[in-house]
Design a protein around this ligand. Structure first.
Ligand code: SF4
Length: 450
């Protein structure tokens, strides 16, 4: 039996796609082995979001070549899409496939075995207008299932290379989304995380269908699904219609990740983001009204070219005033090939780091404040794995619907199930909980009947 090993760099979408590529190999009778062992084929799914992503990808490729110089080395993903020639030039690389035509990968491997000639299978991504269907019926090691619903982005923010790696917006056929979701629920997953490159843009390329309709169709049609999480949604995509659906929904969780990037209109303009802070705030207030207790998380880039102390403070104060529940803070990092990398007024690294730290402390403080609102409440948690900090403690960790990470005494058979847990001590990153009970199947059926 031939063996294949995978290494995935980068985001959730890449991890999802590695699982999809694994399904293709599995169908051809391959066995999956650890990346550190000797395999016949190595697939490296690369990332290009920052210059460091490229560098790390190159390191992993070289590591695979060293592991088994006779193996077929196959490189795919975003870095492969944007820089195929650079990758082909690495000694030992045999096949390069970008972010499309993954179904051709196995054919290329056979071709390579016959001809022993390197293959560059990367085509022009900008011409692609169709979502590439790939099946992911289960995940190798996760209790939360991702479900990719769209590909690409039309925004071209000045700091971002991703549209060049992923192409323009393409939405997945709703029938396929529902079929895949049902398949995942049937495989035992209770929560589905809708993912994509620009997830909330789902439907923008469709005539008579949109995100709101997808969300309600999923809720009505996927039997046994307990939670729907949207991995990321722009403020402008939180239309009245979407808020209405979220408001009525029993499955969409009380957690939204709404990228901010900056809280200053002048910086947003330089970033070529498509909203003002007034617009963002208006959507946020409306959404919070519809969903009391909502957890709002966000991404922020600190030290974008030209960012003044005043502009940074606009971001800081906005976050503080609107009480985000957690932030992902990134120091701006130049991405070659993007307009922002060529901008003057690049910010000194020390200033960037100092601002990053200020924002991280604010995020920690807000996260603690948010969590404290739920002390003594009984919430539903899906235990995912043993408590990472002390795996032999008998404690397990998992998330509530509003994205609080809870640690509590549990047993292996509870993993992946819905469990009621009382929050005994709030905190960040962990909250402590007391196991109350497992929500059993009969109760689930009763709840569904109501
Ligand atoms: S919205 Fe902006 S940051 Fe997000 S993928 Fe598109 S171009 Fe990149």
């Amino acid at each position: 039996m031939s063996q294949v090993a995978f290494h995935t760099l980068g985001c959730k979408v890449n991890h999802y796609e590695t699982e999809a590529i694994w399904q293709l190999f599995k169908a051809q009778g391959y066995e999956r082995v650890d990346f550190e062992s000797t395999a016949d084929v190595y697939v490296i799914n690369t990332c290009t979001v920052t210059n460091t992503g490229d560098k790390k990808s190159r390191q992993v490729i070289r590591r695979a070549v060293r592991k088994n110089p006779d193996a077929v080395i196959c490189v795919t993903g975003c870095y492969a899409q944007t820089s195929p020639a650079e990758i082909m030039a690495i000694p030992g690389v045999d096949i390069v496939v970008g972010t499309q035509d993954r179904v051709k990968m196995l054919g290329y491997i056979e071709q390579f075995k016959q001809e022993r000639q390197p293959i560059n299978g990367v085509g022009n991504i900008m011409k692609n207008r169709v979502y590439e269907e790939l099946d992911v019926p289960a995940f190798t090691d996760r209790t939360r299932a991702s479900l990719k619903i769209q590909e690409g982005c039309n925004n071209f923010c000045t700091f971002c290379i991703i549209p060049w790696a992923r192409g323009l917006m393409r939405s997945r056929d709703p029938k396929e989304v529902i079929r895949q979701a049902q398949q995942l629920v049937d495989a035992g997953y209770k929560e589905i995380v809708l993912t994509g490159i620009h997830t909330g843009g789902y439907g923008q390329d469709m005539k008579d269908y949109n995100l709101a309709m997808l969300l309600s169709d999923m809720e009505a049609q996927v039997k046994g699904l307990k939670r729907i999480r949207i991995s990321s949604i722009e403020a402008s995509q939180l239309t009245d219609e979407v808020i209405e659906v979220i408001n009525k929904s029993k499955l969409i969780v009380r957690h939204m990740h709404i990228p901010l990037q900056s809280g200053s209109d002048t910086v947003l303009k330089r970033m070529r983001r498509k909203y003002t802070m007034a617009e963002y705030a208006e959507r946020l207030v409306k959404l919070k009204k519809a969903l009391p207790g909502l957890a709002v998380t966000s991404d922020v880039i600190v030290g974008f070219p030209g960012e003044t102390e005043e502009e940074f403070m606009e971001t800081y104060n906005f976050i503080k005033d609107h009480k985000f529940s957690e932030l992902h803070v990134f120091p701006y990092s130049k991405r070659t090939g993007t307009p922002a990398a060529r901008m003057e007024d690049q910010i000194d690294e020390n200033i960037k780091n100092e601002r990053v730290h200020r924002l991280i402390s604010l995020s920690d403080q807000l996260a603690k404040e948010y969590a404290s609102r739920f002390e003594n409440e009984v919430l539903e948690v899906i235990p995912e794995e043993k408590y990472k900090e002390d795996p032999s403690s008998g404690l397990y960790e998992g998330y509530t619907d509003n994205y609080l990470k809870v640690v509590f005494p549990a047993t292996e058979d509870m993993v992946g199930k819905l469990v009621k847990v009382k929050i005994t001590k709030s905190g960040y990153p962990y909250n402590e909980g007391q196991f109350v009970r497992v929500i059993d199947d009969i109760e689930e059926i009763q709840q569904e009947a109501i």
